[in-house]
Write a protein that binds this ligand. Structure first.
Ligand code: DC
Length: 228
């Protein structure tokens, strides 16, 4: 029996760190689907592909030489054998990744890849925690556990600002706004991740710290397992 857990949510909801901790606690693999869109974006820029050229970017998605690390303690991402973990997290890349992630042909290929990776990880480790924006609704609507991890806009801005600038002052919160609010607005045009779909459990982390957020998700997993 394998345990497939799908976690969606907006930027700054704590999705990545919580998903990794949950995968570690359960001893299963981890898949960061946002990192896949980021890696494709990085590769297109590297290859000189115009991100607004939808056909060219979709074509690149079909041949992307991507390797996704699935160990939640150290999930490395490589493209054509080159580690790109730092490159895919820069502010510059974050500001253009939505252009690639809103390309519907790209999404079709990415979803196919994500389903294949989830099956492989699950088989190998006994389960998988997959995080993104459309995992609970489109990629894995039949997952054993489906969670929408949210937090108020204020809490998300505060967290991401502290992460990016090491502080949460008014000026760094303003600088972070583009990374969170504008990007989520763009991404919302192709996925629904602000409201929980039928059967998806909402976990609001606005007033929870990291440990409490992990415990809240693990409680949802236990409750789902008890129901089986
Ligand atoms: O979670 P993140 O910031 O690393 O995601 C990077 C981009 O990919 C962001 O624009 C949202 C998008 N994304 C998506 O559209 N669908 C997913 N399943 C995961 C991420």
């Amino acid at each position: 029996m394998s345990l497939v857990i799908a976690i969606d949510g907006p930027s700054g909801s704590g999705k990545s760190s919580v998903s990794k901790a949950v995968a570690r606690a359960l001893g299963v693999g981890y898949l960061d689907t946002g990192a896949m869109y980021r890696a494709l974006t990085w590769w297109c820029l590297e290859e000189g592909i115009d991100l607004t050229d939808r056909d060219a970017v979709a074509q690149a998605a079909l041949v992307l030489p991507l390797e996704m690390g699935t160990d939640p303690a150290d999930p490395r991402v490589s493209v054509a054998g080159k580690p790109v973990d730092a490159e895919i997290r820069t502010t510059e890349l974050s500001s253009v990744v939505s252009t690639v992630a809103t390309n519907l042909d790209v999404r079709e290929e990415m979803r196919r890849l994500q389903r294949a990776l989830m099956a492989e990880i699950s088989e190998r480790t006994g389960g998988v925690v997959t995080e993104g924006r459309d995992i609970t609704t489109v990629v894995a609507p039949d997952a054993d556990v489906r969670i929408l991890l949210t937090a108020s806009e204020e809490a998300r801005l505060r967290r991401r600002s502290a992460e990016l600038h090491g502080e949460a002052s008014a000026s760094s919160i303003d600088a972070t706004r583009d990374q969170i609010v504008r990007r989520d607005q763009e991404d919302s045009t192709v996925s629904v991740f602000t409201e929980a779909a039928d059967g998806v459990v909402l976990v609001d982390t606005s007033d929870l710290d990291f440990e409490q957020s992990v415990a809240a998700v693990l409680a949802v997993v236990s409750a789902a397992q008890e129901r089986e």
